[in-house]
Design a binder for this molecule. Structure first.
Ligand SMILES: *[C@@H]1O[C@H](CO)[C@@H](O)[C@H](O)[C@H]1NC(C)=O
Ligand SMILES: *[C@@H]1O[C@H](CO)[C@@H](O)[C@H](O)[C@H]1NC(C)=O
Ligand SMILES: *[C@@H]1O[C@H](CO)[C@@H](O)[C@H](O)[C@H]1NC(C)=O
Length: 351
C-alpha cells in the first residue's frame, strides 16, 4: 500500500519535472530564434547581448574597456561593433587644401551624409559622442577651410561628432572665452555628450593620429603650429584645440568671461584646470601639429591690455567668474547641413 503510494508520488514528480524541462526548452528556443524580432527593452537587450556574446566580441569589449569613458556609451546601440581607438582608416599626414574659390556649397556637396552638423560612422559604433564648438565672427573663409579639412579628418577617425559654430553678433569687442562658455551651456542638455572639443577657427590639423577623444584628464591637442616652428611656446599655453569632458569643464568653472579682445584667456583656463586639481595631457609633438591660417588682426579683437592684471587674480575669482556667471542673449539657432550656428549677444566689457 505504502510503496505504490510512493511510486505514484514519484511518477507524479517526474512528470512535473518533464513538464518544466520541456517548458523551459520551448521558452529558451523561442527567445533564441526570436531575439532579433522581439522588442526587448534596452537593458534586457544588453543582458541578452552579454549572454550570447561570441568570444571575439567579448575580446573586443575587453580591449575597449581600458578607457573609463567607454562603458557608458557602448551599451546604447548594440547592433554595431565598437570602433577601435585607432581607426583602420587613419592615413597620418594628408595634404591640406585651401582652394581660393572654395564655397560652402562645394563643401556641402562633399559631405552629403551630414545633417545638422552631425556625422556617425556607418560600420561601427563610436566610443564617444563628440561636440565640437567653434567660436566665430567674420572669418567665413577660415570656417570653410576648417570644415573642408576637418570633416574628412574626423571621419577617418571614425568619430560620432556634431559641429556647433558659436557666432558673436555685432561689432563690439570679441570674447572668445565667453563664446565657448555659451556654447557649452547651450549644447549641454541637447545630448549626452562624452567629449567637448573647443576649436579655434583658424587651426587645421595635419596628422589624423591626433585623435579627437577625451581622456581621464583635460587634453591639449594643439602642441605645435607652423607659425611657431611646431613648438609649444610655454607650459601654460592651453589654447587652440582642447578636448575635455563635461565634468572636467565644470570642475574648472569653464572659462573666465572677462577677457575682451585678444590674448590671456587660454592661459587663464590653464590655471583654472590646475585649481580644479586636474592635469593637462598632450599627445606627441609629432602628431599634434596644426596649420594656422593667415589673417591680419581683426577689427574688434585688439590685444587685451588688461590680460596680465586678470591673470594675477585667477585663483581669487575663478569660482565666481565662469560658467556660473555667464550671462548673454541668445539671438538665433540656425541648422545647416555641416554645422549648427548659434548667434549670441555676449554684451560688452564693464568699464
Ligand atoms: C576653382 O579654381 C580652379 C582654378 O584656379 C578651377 O580649376 C576650379 O574648377 C574652381 N572651382 C570652382 C568650384 O569654381
Ligand atoms: C559693423 O561694422 C560694419 C563695417 O565695419 C558695418 O557695415 C556694420 O553695419 C556694423 N554692424 C553693426 C551691427 O554695427
Ligand atoms: C602656415 O600654414 C598656412 C596654411 O597652409 C599658411 O597660409 C601660412 O602662411 C603658414 N604660416 C607660416 C608662418 O608658415
Amino acid at each position: 500500500m505504502g510503496t505504490t503510494d510512493m511510486i505514484g508520488k514519484l511518477l507524479c514528480r517526474i512528470r512535473l519535472l518533464l513538464f518544466i524541462v520541456v517548458g523551459l526548452t520551448l521558452v529558451g528556443w523561442a527567445s533564441f530564434y526570436m531575439k532579433d524580432s522581439i522588442c526587448f527593452t534596452p537593458k534586457y537587450r544588453t543582458l541578452l547581448q552579454n549572454v550570447w556574446k561570441s568570444p571575439l566580441s567579448e575580446k573586443k569589449t575587453e580591449d575597449n574597456s581600458r578607457s573609463p569613458l567607454v562603458e557608458q556609451t557602448s551599451q546604447k546601440k548594440v547592433d554595431l561593433k565598437t570602433c577601435p581607438i585607432l581607426s583602420p582608416k587613419l592615413k597620418g599626414v594628408v595634404p591640406l587644401m585651401f582652394p581660393p574659390n572654395l564655397t560652402l556649397a562645394d563643401v556641402e556637396k562633399k559631405f552629403p551624409m551630414m545633417r545638422d552638423g552631425h556625422y556617425q560612422p556607418e560600420t561601427c559604433k563610436a566610443q564617444q559622442k563628440l561636440v565640437i564648438l567653434i567660436p566665430h565672427r567674420n572669418r567665413e573663409k577660415h570656417l570653410l577651410y576648417l570644415l573642408d579639412n576637418l570633416l574628412p579628418f574626423l571621419q577617418r577617425q571614425q568619430l560620432d561628432y556634431t559641429i556647433y559654430v558659436i557666432h558673436q553678433a555685432g561689432n563690439l569687442t570679441f570674447n572668445k572665452a565667453k563664446l565657448l562658455n555659451i556654447g557649452y551651456l547651450e549644447v549641454l542638455e541637447k545630448q549626452n555628450w562624452d567629449c567637448f572639443i573647443f576649436h579655434d577657427v583658424d587651426l587645421v590639423p595635419e596628422n589624423d593620429f591626433n585623435t579627437y577623444y577625451c581622456d581621464s584628464e583635460p587634453k591639449h591637442l594643439m602642441v605645435g603650429r607652423n607659425v611657431t616652428g611646431y613648438r609649444l611656446r610655454y607650459k601654460e599655453n592651453f589654447g587652440g584645440v582642447i578636448a575635455m569632458t563635461r565634468e572636467q569643464i565644470a570642475k574648472a568653472n569653464g572659462y573666465s568671461n572677462n577677457y575682451w579682445g585678444w590674448g590671456g584667456e587660454d592661459d587663464d583656463f590653464y590655471y583654472r584646470v590646475q585649481l580644479g586639481k586636474m592635469e593637462v595631457l598632450r599627445p606627441a609633438r609629432e602628431v599634434a601639429r596644426y596649420r594656422m591660417l593667415f589673417h591680419t588682426r581683426d577689427a574688434g579683437n585688439q590685444v587685451n591690455q588688461k590680460r596680465w592684471e586678470l591673470l594675477k587674480n585667477v585663483s581669487k575669482v575663478w569660482k565666481t567668474d565662469g560658467l556660473n556667471s555667464c550671462t548673454y542673449e541668445l539671438l538665433s539657432i540656425e541648422h545647416n547641413p555641416l554645422y549648427i550656428n548659434i548667434t549670441v549677444d555676449v554684451g560688452k566689457p564693464h568699464h
